[in-house]
Design a protein around this ligand. Structure first.
Ligand SMILES: Nc1nc2c(ncn2[C@@H]2O[C@H](COP(=O)(O)OP(=O)(O)OP(=O)(O)O)[C@@H](O)[C@H]2O)c(=O)[nH]1
Ligand SMILES: [Mg+2]
Length: 378
């Protein structure tokens, strides 16, 4: 039979002493870590040393792992016992490290003893947010809570919500008053919803706000999609033009009397640097007006992919992020994470395929609440 337990002491010696007293002199230490002990928010006691110790009641000479590999085996029984012990070691190690990186990270900013904060800490750790962001958030929150002696859960929730909302810098670029015409370009990876988002915005500005809108396309790849875009424009009575060279593009913009020009581009893999440079050439050709670029990304994009997309599209000096397909993902924590890392403002969010209704200016409160709620329901 296997016996194991956790022992806490003010130092390693004390913890090991307790382990040996309970499990006997043959007990082995599986893992040691620094933990925060009980106390209000874990602040008023020193960190302690925790060891996980175990002992098998089989009468086996427990050698360190390396030696065990080399150890000569005399009979079948001993081989079986050694295998078993290795397996037990593995299992115990997995058990002891089960939540490592989530909750039992050595010296976590928030431990289980910080009961009021711990559930939110756990919640965010389980979301798509980075540890460093969560740690800095909770460090500040914990300080505030202690200083102001706050115990009410709803106040803690609101304070966390505000801190998360603070990360989300929202801007409504098309509404912003600026020199006319306002020219916006939509770039991003393939199939993220650039064309659909552009049409949704065009419809809103043309039909609801009665602005003079024009749509241009630099997409010479997806003929059917471009023709569909042209049809949308016909229905909305929006002027549409497709370009395959910079001089036409430049002359048309020069002569345009529109208030708002929305430019669609062909979706490009971030790896396709030549195509991204070609878009840059179009932007650079307009030196008499400012073209403001939206980077359009799907809310479900993996963090590593997002960083790569950002890096490649940064060449276009994009100004705003537009997230699509919020309806297809529950992990909106990744949006907050992205904004924190990229330090770019969020503009619109798209949350379905319907034109024009499934787009709106981003609402930080809704995004934050969805992060906190979605995980609460797990
Ligand atoms: N569920 C969902 N689907 C969306 C959303 N936005 C766009 N789509 C769908 O995503 C698909 C691709 O949309 P497009 O607008 O053609 O994407 P794109 O980025 O222009 O694609 P390329 O031009 O090929 O790069 C279409 O089926 C859209 O209906 C959204 O917010 N939610
Ligand atoms: Mg498109």
């Amino acid at each position: 039979m296997l016996m194991y337990n956790t022992f806490i002491g003010k130092d390693l010696q004390e913890a090991m002493g307790k382990m040996r007293r309970e499990l006997g002199p043959d007990a082995m230490m599986l893992k040691q870590s620094i933990v925060n002990t009980k106390g209000l928010f874990g602040l008023f006691r020193k960190p302690m040393v925790e060891v996980v110790g175990f002992k098998s009641d089989r009468n086996v000479n427990m050698k360190p792992r390396k030696e065990m590999k080399k150890m000569e085996v005399n009979n079948e029984n001993e081989v079986t016992i050694q295998k078993e012990l290795l397996e037990i070691r593995k299992q115990l190690s997995a058990l002891a490290n089960k939540d490592e990186g989530i909750l039992t990270k050595t010296n976590p900013i928030i431990s289980e003893d910080d009961s009021a904060l711990h559930k939110y800490f756990k919640l965010l750790r389980e979301s798509e947010m980075d540890d460093d962001l969560i740690d800095s958030l909770f460090e500040a929150l914990k300080k505030e809570i202690i200083e102001k002696n706050i115990e009410d859960d709803s106040i803690i929730f609101e304070k966390l919500k505000l801190r998360l909302m603070d990360i989300i810098d929202v801007i409504d670029p098309i509404k912003t008053k600026n020199k006319l015409p306002r020219i916006f370009m939509f770039v991003g990876p393939t199939g993220v919803g650039k064309t659909t988002s552009l049409v949704k915005l065009a419809a809103n500005y043309k039909l609801k706000e009665e602005k003079d809108v024009e749509i241009y396309s630099l997409d010479n790849y997806r003929i059917a999609a471009t023709e569909q875009l042209r049809s949308y424009c016909d229905i909305m009575q929006i002027s549409f033009k497709k370009f395959d060279n910079k001089s036409d593009f430049k002359n048309t913009i020069k002569k345009s009397k529109a208030q708002i020009i929305l430019i669609d581009t062909a979706g490009r893999s971030p790896k396709d640097e030549i195509a991204i440079s070609a878009i840059k050439d179009y932007i650079k050709s307009i030196n008499f007006h400012n073209i403001e670029v939206f980077l359009v990304v799907s809310a479900g994009t993996k963090k590593s992919d997002l960083l790569n997309i950002n890096e490649k599209y940064s060449k276009l000096n994009y100004k705003y992020l537009l997230f699509t397909k919020l309806d297809e993902t529950v992990k909106l924590g990744s949006i907050i994470n992205t904004l924190y890392h990229l330090k770019k403002p969020l503009s619109y969010v798209a949350f379905g395929q319907d034109v024009p209704k499934h787009i709106s200016i981003a609402n930080p409160e809704i995004i934050v609440e969805s992060v906190l709620k979605e995980n609460q329901n797990d």
